[in-house]
Design a protein around this ligand. Structure first.
Ligand code: ADP
Ligand code: MG
Length: 283
């Protein structure tokens, strides 16, 4: 397409609060048939609500379990971390040291003289002694390698998600995928309500990238949309990476080809519509 048409398309995008970094992105968006989405924070609201707090025994209270978890999550930008810290009594949050976050797994740190791990079961309990099957988004907590309990969250679908995917199909999408690190039950619940036709769950960050690379072999261009915080590598792997950037998701915004500046998934439809219009005018 003529560069001038693409520049005009980029300007329409920006009027719609979508920042597109280069002209060829518009051409790819206009032709895309495969759209992949991250679950948490992208198809669902960018704020999780605590559902249950379940300590392993009466040696530790719900409040203690929550504040220990929040103490090691203070610096994490993961949606689970920010949702937890936000609702935890600030006075109960203790200083944590030697914080180490493993993307798609969890966080560990030292609080007092105890090593606290917070994250998926495989991370907090490598020997897999817990063997619990969770139906919702969950973090497990261990203290000095011993299982201490878990916290479950309600992950609520965005109100605009189902209609956005319906419209995306009318706009020509043939394959709508969801890629998530979460468990099968949690993934199925959201994926079905959203109208996703290809639900991929319990993926490690590397497996998300592999999934993107594989669909690229079938039908390009592939568009991947993520809320950003830990989705940067899969955004890079796609032909077009789109970051939901309203929450200042700077890490992902850098690796993205386009950034949606408002907290509204239906902007994807606007991006596709503007791209198709731009290409029609350009040719
Ligand atoms: P999603 O694909 O749904 O965005 P992630 O791949 O980021 O999920 O994470 C998968 C799982 O790993 C989460 O459901 C959670 O159990 C665990 N996890 C990842 N990062 C963190 C963190 N910072 N704190 C606690 N748990 C985490
Ligand atoms: Mg996410």
């Amino acid at each position: 397409a003529a560069p001038v048409a693409l520049i005009s398309g980029m300007s329409s995008m920006s009027n719609s609060h979508i920042i597109v970094k280069s002209g060829p992105t518009i051409e790819k968006l206009a032709n895309a048939k495969t759209f992949a989405f991250d679950k948490t924070g992208t198809l669902t609201k960018n704020q999780l609500v605590i559902d249950q707090i379940v300590p392993v025994s009466d040696k530790i209270t719900k409040e203690q379990l929550q504040s220990l978890a929040a103490s090691v999550e203070q610096q994490s930008t993961h949606i689970i971390a920010s949702s937890l810290v936000k609702v935890t009594d600030k006075k109960s949050i203790k200083p944590a040291h030697n914080i180490k976050e493993t993307t798609g797994q969890g966080v560990e740190g030292t609080v007092g003289d105890h090593v606290i791990k917070v994250g998926r079961t495989e991370f907090t309990d490598p020997n897999n002694k817990m063997n619990i099957n969770f139906g919702s988004t969950t973090i497990t907590i261990s203290i000095d390698g011993k299982y201490a309990g878990y916290i479950t969250f309600k992950d609520q679908i965005r109100p605009e998600t189902p209609s956005t995917l319906v419209r995306l199909r009318r706009q020509g999408a043939k394959h709508i995928m969801m890629l998530t690190g979460d468990h099968k039950d949690a993934a199925d619940k959201i994926g079905k309500a959203a109208g996703v036709d290809d639900i991929r769950y319990q993926l490690l960050p590397d497996e998300k990238i592999k999934a993107i690379r594989n669909v690229k072999k079938e039908n390009r261009p592939v568009v991947m949309t993520g809320d950003g915080i830990n989705d940067a590598p899969s955004l890079t792997a796609a032909d077009v990476g789109i970051a939901m950037g309203a929450k200042g998701a700077s890490a992902a915004s850098e690796s993205a080809d386009a950034v949606i500046m408002v907290d509204d998934l239906s902007k994807i439809n606007d991006a596709v519509a503007i791209s198709k219009h731009t290409m029609k005018v350009a040719n």
